[in-house]
Design a binder for this molecule. Sequence first.
Ligand code: FAD
Ligand code: MLT
Ligand code: ZN
Length: 467
Amino acid sequence: MMSDAAFLSRLREKLGTTGVLMDPAQCESYAIDWRRLFQGKPLVVARPSNTHEVAAVVALCRDYQIAIVPQAGNTGMAGGAVPDASGRELVLSLARMNTIRSIDPVGMTMEVEAGVILKTAQDAAAAQGRLLPVSLAAEGSAMMGGIVATNAGGLNVLRYGMTRALVLGLEVVLPDATIVNGLRHLRKDNAGYDWKQVFIGSEGTLGIVTAAVMRLLPQPKDSVTALLSVPHPQAALDLLACVQSELGDSITACEMMAGFSLGLVEKHFGLRRPIADGEWFVLIEAASTLSGLREATETALGHALQRGFALDGIIAESGRQAAELWQLRERITESEGKEGKSVKHDVSVPIPLIPAFLRAADEAMARLLPGTRINCFGHLGDGNLHYNILVDRHTADEVNVVVHDVVQRFGGSISAEHGIGQYRVAELDRRRAPEEQILSRKIKDAIDPDGLMNPGKVLPRKSAHGH
Ligand code: FAD
Ligand code: MLT
Ligand code: ZN
């Protein structure tokens, strides 16, 4: 077996000393996930600065049979971007690949490298009057490679779809170090298999995304943001249906939050909700390139209030006030972290079943852990809730099983947008039909026969018997 010293010395030859981090202090932030649940130990952190350097690292890893853990902004919620504790896995950071290669405001596309921070990409598109619609609370740190590799959801899925709906082309480095350039700036391309779909959402288990062509949209001229309190989740759905009937696809976001969630934000960030207390709140945003949006939104929300779907509400008077309302929603995750440990869920159920799902999940949790505090919020318009239980992590597996049993009963998914990473591997494996898992394994084996790409993420590690 060839030695680590030889491997590391060849890695330095390929990337130079700035491209290789070995000092444990420098590697620290690459070794632990955002939630600080998964602490690993990288053999080394490689920081290539272009696609050819990525391919060179991958070729070297193939020669030495070193496993690779791709990492972009390391904001993932499923522990997918951190290595295991063996000290044998290389972290491949895309952070130095941060060039926006092009923006085409006429063709409505932008080509970005994997290390471009989402917010930087959004701002660059906005400067040309175009919208990159992916938006999430981690957008100041998450990078485009991670966004694509997790098929990120977020706050605007209701109108624009998940990341998958916005990717036109991809450049990937395969586990055998081949560079595949599919960076086509085409709205229509039906030529052959759409292989990029397999890499979108594959969480680093099939190859490395080095660049992407993203679809852009016109930047809306006007947007209206409103916060409403609602008596119960069914009213939140009625509210959404009511405003959707009147405003059509101008609705870009419809987020629901428990009063408890907003209480956490107030406690940890001092941000107060501007309307009366309630058990549930809904944040709605509408945006349009046409005029008259505000009046139409006021009318639609007025009707919802008259019909009792909402109890109270406020429409932001300025961009600043709209941002303040969004802070109430976007600070929930950090507030939950400050409050203490939690067992997170990222589930989806068919939209009309949300109220019944919540009743059933609350009952199941009350039976398992009476009196437990539940931080429930999420993307109502997408049927995606974060149903987070504020308990110490030692009960995580038990809690997961109870909540996911309810999800399964309602025909839902145990990962709506965060992916599987290492956090949900066992749960996915026990709940997905064997035929689906076998098909996924065939895809994995076909593209990554040596199993060197992010082992143990998404699919279970192969046993010594090769299963
Ligand atoms: P990382 O965490 O670095 O990586 C995520 C996964 O992708 C890992 O498995 C990694 O190995 C793989 N990967 C990374 N880069 C590449 C690459 N170039 N090639 C191949 N594989 C790669 N997510 C949502 O979907 N919706 C939300 O609303 C949302 N809100 C969030 C709010 C907060 C406060 C935080 C902290 C996170 C939130 N997330 C949300 C989760 C996270 O931001 C997203 O999953 C994001 O897409 C991860 O991007 P990243 O660059 O940080 O990826
Ligand atoms: C969100 O919707 O804010 C995110 O998905 C993060 C979380 O689940 O905490
Ligand atoms: Zn979310």
